[in-house]
Ligand binder design. Structure first.
Ligand code: PLP
Length: 362
């Protein structure tokens, strides 16, 4: 029998969450972002869950080609664009779109004749200071791209740093939109601005936030980018990480649990040992008190997470025994709460689910 830990992927939730994104941006076309193995949910499952998306966006070339091999005929967008000339040939051969964010990429495109045109997303740096041309350089980069015969449609794109906060102190979304509008003024082509946090803001910012293409990622998987809970946004968890108790210990006041003896019982108590550890992708830095469900009852982790196991408090689950079901996150326990307790974000937890964890679908 395999170890009881399993990541259950809820395909209906992927479909539901995509519909939620569309409801926020009814006039936009939607890229479903499937980078990082669809945030840990599996590329092939994402392809089925997002069959209604207008395109799939990712970073990895091998997976972009795999989408074609799996039969995806709608657009595919490489969010960091191409890294060398061979990538450009791959893009032309498979009809893949890519982002252009620096002069080096444009130079490569100029010096690499292609048999078929490729569509390009020209990226503007509006304050995130990761990738993209500054607003004042944007029109020049656009003209340079436009002059390349094997460039097809040019979409204008940027990426928000703080769309999850109503009024960020350093770089509010409104400021990024203003910089984008200034840099893109007079240029033709569709616009692509909104990640999940931006998508949530679109109903409120109808007048200013024009995004012909949206690029939701985390919301499609039932997580939030910050600011509000998934349930408030009407999202459903797309992954449940579940396991079982494989041991139970009755401990006395003054007994310790786990490596480093970091948890000391202040009374007699029962603890359960769960087949889930950091080698499965559970965060080792999750402290005592991180929420866990045992038999559907919310309890807490105790002591250090080890490689293959972690301990949970069974005080409120007296009927729990070896074989009892444990939910680490997902249905009944939002991943954002677990992430918050562990000092991280749901994105990191989803992406970190280890290859040794069995995947099932429901
Ligand atoms: C990852 C990514 C997204 C999706 O972001 P979420 O916060 O997961 O919605 C959108 N656009 C770009 C360029 C990205 O790299």
């Amino acid at each position: 029998m395999p170890r009881p830990i399993v990541a259950i992927i809820h395909l209906a939730a992927l479909r539901h969450n995509l519909a939620r994104a569309r409801a926020c941006a009814p006039d936009s076309r939607a890229w479903a972002v499937v980078k990082a193995n669809a945030y840990g949910h599996g590329l092939e499952r994402a392809l089925r869950g997002f069959a209604e998306a207008d395109g799939l966006a990712l970073i990895e070339f091998d997976n972009a080609v795999r989408l074609r091999e799996l039969g995806w005929t709608k657009p595919v967008l490489l969010l960091e664009g191409w890294f060398d000339a061979a990538d450009l040939h791959t893009m032309a051969r498979h009809g893949l779109n890519g982002a252009a964010h620096c002069d080096e990429q444009i130079a490569l495109l100029e010096s690499t004749p292609l048999a078929r045109r490729i569509d390009v997303h020209l990226k503007m740096n509006t304050g995130m200071n990761r990738l993209g041309f500054r607003p004042h350089e944007f029109a020049r980069a656009h003209a340079r791209l436009r002059a390349i015969p094997h460039v097809g449609e040019i979409t204008l794109m940027t990426h928000f740093a703080n769309a999850d906060e109503a009024a960020h102190r350093c770089l509010p979304i409104g400021e990024q939109i203003r910089r984008f509008d200034a840099g893109a003024a007079g240029l033709p082509g569709p616009r692509s601005l909104a990640n999940s946090a931006g998508v949530f803001r679109m109903p409120e910012l109808k007048e200013t936030l024009v995004s012909d293409w949206i690029r939701p990622g985390i919301m499609l998987y039932g997580g939030t980018p910050g600011g509000g809970s998934a349930a408030e946004h009407g999202l459903l968890p797309a992954m449940t990480l579940a396991s079982e108790l494989i041991g139970v210990q009755d401990i006395a006041a003054g007994d310790f649990v786990g490596y480093g003896s970091r948890f000391e019982a202040d009374r007699a108590m029962r603890i359960g040992v769960v087949a889930c550890g950091y080698a499965d992708g559970y965060p080792r830095h999750a402290p005592t008190g991180t929420p866990v469900l045992v038999n559907g009852v919310r309890t807490r982790s105790v002591g250090r997470v080890s490689m293959d196991m972690m301990a949970v408090d069974l005080t409120d689950v007296p009927e729990a025994r070896v074989g009892s079901r444990v939910v680490l996150w997902g249905q009944g326990l939002p991943i954002d709460e677990v992430a918050d307790s562990a000092g991280t974000i749901g994105y990191e937890l989803m992406c970190a689910v280890a290859p040794r964890v069995r995947i099932e679908e429901d």
